[in-house]
Design a protein around this ligand. Sequence first.
Ligand SMILES: [Zn+2]
Length: 625
Amino acid sequence: MKKARRITMTAFASVVFAAMMGTSAFAAPLHPVSHADWMAKKSILSAGQNGDLALDRNVTLVEELVVLAKLKGAPIAAPAKGESWAAPYLAWAKAQGAVAEADFANATQAASSAKLAEVAKQLGYTLSLEDKATVTRGELFNALGEAVTIHITLAHTNDTHGHIQEDQSQKEFGFAKIATLLKEWRAENPNFLLLDAGDTFQGTVFVNQFKGESILPILNSLDYTLMTAGNHEFDFGYEQLLKLRDSLDYPVINANVFTADGKNLLVPTYKTEIGGKKFAFAGFVAEDTPVLTHPNNVKGLTFKSPVEVAKAIVPELKKEADHVVVVSHIGVDIDREIAKNVPGIDLIVGGHSHTPLKTPEVVNGTYIVQDWEYGKSLGRADLYYLGEELVAFSGGLKEYDADIQADPEVDKLVKDIVSQIDSVMNVVIAKSEVPLDGDRVLVRAKETNVGNLIADIMLERTQSIKGHEADVALANGGGIRTQLNAGDITKKNLYTLLPFENNTLSIVEVTGAELRAALENGVSQVETGAGRFPQISGMSFTFNPTKPAGERVIEVKVGDQPLDLNKTYKVATIDFLAAGGDGYETFKKPFFNTGLSMYSVVEEALIKRQVVNPKVEGRIVEVKE
Ligand SMILES: [Zn+2]
């Protein structure tokens, strides 16, 4: 059956409008699709002797008829003796009323787009071709491919983590610009889906301070098809996740989290029809979610293996739907495991590992896509179905582009949240008996009391993260941004102290030698006030700043024991340093990212402590000889 034409009148109008506004008319698939490729694979096209499809050569009417006959599965007789090879195709097309006797004479010459479109129309296919005297084979096959397939466009986000505002320096879109892109893509293809793969309600003060509720109006305005819950969706307690779900206009699906009585916590799957095809979606979250979040947040819940649950439910979904799509917050490694072990999934839309999949992966016939993090890009996949078969696929990321205009409505919703945050942040959370020495001149040169406080809190926080309990902690002085007076500490004070929303508590395993090298790096530029100067917990060291960089650290102790260069130590740090930032090259290895912002970790600890009185206690000692 022939589908409805792709370009509807509204889409056409918006394309014209977009052209008038000077924006891109057709964002189209992010990577162009060649319909000739799948046609060749299915022997609808045949290549020349050298495998060349001659896509640049002008196409003839009879070449079009060959492809149309194959697409229709028409029985074409062999040519009679003395007849040309083209004769049976012309006879068939004439019998279908697609060509007349008068067309036969020019059938092997280059044909006009009008003629090619007219013939295709008679056989039930509406081609979208520019008005031209000649048409290349590539142009015709692409137009035919568009006409015979059902094209579905799917946009996807993941791990936006409350990054609601545009950030030009970090190259993050913000939701107002994402909204503009979504409007353009929707206008372009009415067969449109929008999916979110989780970690949406937690991350910055703009969402955390409202337990995720502030962002609901934005999400509802974007018109998502569905989302899956990420591990950080459990950070405000699962009851709050259920409350957020009830306020969303679209479903939150998950199939691998169960309540104490063995029922699914959330609806496991969702089915919808798009482009006349039945799609079923299944959602998954990381099995180790309970490791990270406070035990109360997941009390009574069981997190099962996404691979095992997928094995059980995908065959069932295949019975009821034409196509199965997995929306997962489990990281690309486990996505690959699912694809390898569970046949029948067209596409996995992933998250959690913050992986920018600029081109999709294909594992065992299943495509895997993921849209990076923090709204740095917007994911887009274009699926082309010939009947039940996914014959062409384009996937990728529309990366940050400052020139995209903000959608005014969503922009207003974002600004509403930003204006609310001030009053929310003027709340006292703790009291300090001493001034907190976060001044940059101090934290980048020596041990300070607030550096100790923060490093202690980092080390302490890891103790409840099973398997990642750190031995020592190291923060960079550059991440601590202000001096605070003794007295009340408000949320806003703390936010000026730790403003980097992207800095998340992470744990990296290093040898004693690598830890020593990290400390050398930390003091290597102390004379210039570089931000890499370490603030530490669980260890102590002496250094001589008059020695050449790299030879300054004299003695290191972990607890009260000398550092063992061959032993492995777990270091609590921030993800930026664990990724090798600020010169911390020896930290650069696979690390465990808790996804908890430094602000939220320290806020939680201060609320618990109520009164603090941190001191400088000889953790970092400078010697001059
Ligand atoms: Zn996650």
